[in-house]
Design a protein. Structure first.
Length: 647
């Protein structure tokens, strides 16, 4: 005002001499000689989206107490009228001492917590440990992509902050780089989603919720239970403790965008967390370095090895032999098969280390009780109880029956290049294979090292009596669900209980199928079985073989120990040396020499035998469809296999 002198003011009571005495000012530090400050921190007229702000990280603290990536973004994106260099000094927002289970009223008077979360009223905010809040819901979007920048500029320091989107970031720079507008110090607290008690009752009466929330505008929110509600009122009425604006979206567990360079986690104490990928990490820093976006404090709970809810036949697993060892000690073709075909919760890369499954010294004729409490042996066989498994010499077993199918047709690989090593395994179908690769190629899921043992099918004794009373069997087994099985005696039973009650040693899921002595599955290349120890056996075709390797090579599915009574062991000889031309062939396939060849089979990659005839040296293949075939030559004392192509 013109003509006024400094003495005309009294700074203590802030009045001009000659005027009525006003009410004293509550601010003793106010200086009326200083220019008036703008009381509006946020001025919408400053917002100008046409201005291109630089994407550098030069943090400033806005007059609203929030940190912005740089001054341009603060002013022209959010209308902040005043900033100071550097990040804002964060104040504590969450006080665990305030967390309480005391119920709050159902009044819907939303407040925005300092953690960026909307609470239905002040009581629920304080009940969840929130120190500061403002009236009204949190209106602004939590993440603005236009506000982000390249995170490579951020310092490699683990000083975690919790974004208003519920995501923990390594430090404030990473949060701002992601376009996060608001955050608080420290990792996001692990709040129990349904911990909010709105009234003394755990769940509100639906009619009360509808009366309170039905008249409010539709403004979808995503509850922390991943359910979309029409508005915040409905979410709180359901008892959820917090939500995010907008409908729910799928939040990935991991990301391929890893910190580069990795964060230095050695400087932090061990604080084990369980990642959303069910893997334990030394601390949150370690989880972030591995691309994990969410975790919970402490070790991951120990999951059961097999979880049937994981089985999903709609997922198409690839025909790839990349073996993994399941937590149950069983080798699977690949991890997809382990999880989605058989419900495995954990595995390790590579086939399982060979371990002894059967200990002959523990086999016994001691009777077992008749209780039906099935276990699955490491040999893939279901036993009626642990006693029966141990009595059969089984070293390892898991609770419950072997409920999965032994062979999966979808896993059969017609053309597979397996190592030519004789390391036999016994499939759960009772068939021996040259090695694990061949078992997997035949769709076999469970197998154990070594050829299949010759078990006596009716050797199992359940009680001192050789056969139980029929009525006792009916009373016990009729209570079990119908689940047809094929006993090793070749008979079908309504469920395993009936089979075991008859004294059979083991069962295979499903009805019995007629098993041929010779199988269509044959190795794709010749294996020299003379390199294996001499262990003569009698094949089901009444032919004597020098060892199981030779029988398998000949496609024999079953045998007994020792030579056949009416035959002598034949000299396996050496692999035949011959010339096959032309290859590929169009009309005629010629084989030379033919002196030792008696007959020939031409087999398709699907196992179908297209040609079976005496050997003449020339094979007419004109009628065969184009593709790859197996040529199987039978000699007097040996056999050879080779692939060829029909054009």
């Amino acid at each position: 005002m013109p003509g006024l002198e400094p003495d005309d003011f009294d700074k203590e009571v802030l009045w001009m001499k000659g005027d009525p005495i006003p009410t004293p000012c509550p601010d003793p530090d106010f200086d009326p000689c200083m220019p008036c400050a703008n009381t509006d921190c946020i001025q919408p007229e400053l917002i100008d989206l046409n201005i291109q702000c630089p994407q550098n990280y030069d943090p400033v603290c806005g007059c609203d107490g929030k940190t912005y990536a740089n001054a341009c973004i603060a002013t022209y994106r959010y209308g902040i009228s005043e900033v100071t260099p550097g990040s804002c000094e964060e104040e504590d927002c969450f006080d665990p001492a305030l967390v309480s289970d005391d119920p709050c009223t159902f009044e819907y008077a939303p407040v925005c917590g300092c953690d960026g979360i909307t609470y239905p009223n002040a009581c629920t905010a304080m009940r969840n440990g929130i120190i500061g809040y403002t009236e009204g819901p949190c209106q602004e979007d939590c993440v603005d992509p236009d506000n982000g920048f390249d995170a490579s500029q951020c310092i490699q320091l683990y000083d975690p902050v919790c974004g208003c989107n519920g995501v923990t970031y390594p430090n404030a720079c990473y949060a701002l780089a992601a376009g996060v507008i608001d955050y608080i110090d420290g990792p996001c607290p692990e709040l129990q989603c349904d911990s909010l008690i709105v009234v003394p009752l755990p769940v509100q009466n639906p009619s009360v919720v509808e009366d309170e929330c039905g008249n409010l505008p539709v403004d979808p929110v995503c509850g922390c239970d991943s359910i979309t509600y029409l508005n915040a009122c409905y979410a709180f009425g359901a008892g959820v403790s917090y939500f995010q604006p907008g409908p729910c979206e799928d939040q990935p567990c991991t990301t391929n965008e890893l910190p580069d360079p990795p964060l230095d986690c050695d400087m932090y104490e061990e604080d084990v967390v369980c990642g959303c990928d069910t893997i334990n990490y030394l601390n949150p820093c370690d989880a972030i370095n591995n691309g994990v976006l969410d975790w919970t404090p402490g070790l991951c709970p120990k999951l059961p090895c097999v979880d049937s809810t994981l089985i999903d036949s709609s997922i198409q697993c690839i025909d790839l032999y990349d073996p993994v060892c399941g937590c149950n000690g069983v080798t699977y073709p690949n991890s997809c098969v382990a999880r989605y075909r058989y419900g495995l919760t954990d595995w390790s890369s590579g086939p399982c280390e060979p371990v002894d499954c059967i200990d002959p010294t523990k086999q016994s004729d001691d009777p077992c009780p008749f209780n039906y409490d099935p276990v699955c042996g490491c040999d893939g066989v279901t036993y009626p109880n642990a006693c029966a498994a141990e009595r059969s010499g089984v070293i390892h077993y898991t609770d419950g029956p072997c409920y999965t199918d032994c062979q999966d047709p979808d896993l059969i690989i017609d053309e597979v290049f397996c190592p030519q090593v004789y390391d036999p395994v016994c499939g759960c179908n009772g068939q021996s294979y040259p090695n694990a690769c061949y078992a997997n190629a035949d769709g076999v899921i469970h197998f154990v090292p070594g050829p299949c043992p010759d078990l006596e099918c009716d050797s199992l004794i359940f009680s001192p009596l050789p056969v139980l009373d029929a009525q006792v069997i009916e009373d016990i087994c009729s209570q079990q669900p119908e689940e047809p099985v094929c006993g090793c005696d070749g008979k079908n039973y309504p469920n395993p209980c009936y089979a075991f009650a008859e004294g059979v040693e083991y069962v295979i899921p499903g009805l019995c199928e007629e098993v041929d002595c010779e199988i269509e599955f044959v190795p794709l290349v010749f294996i020299d079985c003379t390199l294996e120890p001499l262990d003569s056996i009698c094949g089901c075709n009444d032919s004597t073989y020098i060892n199981p390797c030779a029988a398998i090579q000949d496609g024999i599915n079953d045998w007994t120990d020792g030579p056949c009574p009416t035959t002598s062991i034949a000299d396996p000889g050496k692999p035949m040396v011959y010339t096959l031309f032309p290859n590929p062939a169009t009309d005629v396939l010629t084989i030379y020499p033919v002196d030792d060849v008696i007959s020939v089979h031409v087999i398709g990659m699907d196992g179908k035998i297209w040609i079976a005839e005496p050997m003449t040296g020339r094979i007419n293949v004109q009628s065969l469809p184009p593709g790859m075939y197996i040529l199987r030559l039978f000699g007097r004392d040996t056999m050879a296999i080779r692939r060829w192509i029909k054009r």
